[in-house]
Design a protein around this ligand. Structure first.
Ligand code: 13P
Length: 259
């Protein structure tokens, strides 16, 4: 639990740590059922929020298995429109009807492979909020940008456009996931200090209440070090979230260094 002092005076905000599993394109529905049933048997401390983001096809399984559970779930993407001639797309209303609480927006794999831009991210963020979904807004620099000392400028641009047109009360509801592209799936996580510097910038650009988590090669061995940084409030996890054993170990490891 952490407390923040804002520029507008002392603001006390109780923050839970947030661990989001991004399964990407992994798991059939039988495998999903098996995972979720095993996860439900695991003790999760009350200050940990666990979110599973499976492929769309597994969302009905989530609804079936997790209704009434403290474990929540969300999608990995969505369109901003409610319905229409958008072959292959999924709308916020459809996610809402499946009981989703969260939706990942602007993951770097979507920015890279499916033409997501800062502007489409902005439209999706606004649509998600409008439908009561919490957007998990992914931001992060490429290796080339890092090597050219452009990290802070890239983050500033991505965060500012994602928040464009939102009321401060809406910004306060966002989750930002700082995922340096070079750290994703590479086994080369950012150092906790480096990530913390970027998290501090994101907070300065937004609101004291936003939740900011780190993603990129997070595992059971390094999560404790990330969680020691007061500005890091959780993690967005790819590879280590796909098997229940490694995910459980990561969740257990996250509390080791916490007060
Ligand atoms: P890895 O944890 O596999 O590096 O993936 C991170 C990620 O992209 C989560 O969204």
């Amino acid at each position: 639990m952490w407390f923040y002092a804002s520029g507008h005076g002392i603001m006390l905000v109780m923050i839970k740590s947030l661990f989001i599993a991004n399964w990407k394109m992994h798991k059939t529905n039988p495998a999903t059922t098996q995972f979720v049933r095993a996860l439900k048997q695991i003790f999760l401390p009350a200050d940990q929020v666990v979110v599973i983001c499976p492929p769309y096809t597994a969302l009905p399984i989530m609804q079936q298995e997790l209704t009434g559970s403290t474990i929540v779930y969300g999608a990995q993407n969505m369109h901003w429109a409610n319905e229409g001639a958008y072959t292959g797309e999924i709308s916020p209303e459809m996610l809402q009807a499946l009981g989703c609480s969260y939706v990942i927006i602007g993951h770097s794999e979507r920015r890279r492979d499916y033409n997501e831009t800062d502007e489409t991210v902005q439209r999706k963020v606004a649509a998600a909020l409008h439908h009561g979904l919490v957007p998990i807004v992914c931001v992060g620099e490429s290796l080339d940008e890092r090597n050219h000392d452009e990290t802070m400028a890239v983050i500033q641009r991505q965060v500012s456009i994602a928040c464009h047109g939102l009321l401060p009360t809406d910004v306060a509801r966002l989750v930002f996931a700082y995922e340096p592209i070079w750290a994703i799936g590479s086994g080369q996580a950012a150092t906790p200090e480096y990530a913390a510097t970027v998290h501090t910038l994101i907070r300065q650009l937004t609101r004291p209440e936003v939740t900011i988590i780190y993603g990129g090669s997070v595992n059971a061995d390094n999560i404790g070090q990330f969680m020691q940084q007061p500005s890091i409030q959780g993690a967005l996890i790819g590879g280590a979230s796909v098997e229940v054993e490694s995910f459980q170990q990561l969740l257990a490891g996250s509390t080791i260094n916490r007060i």
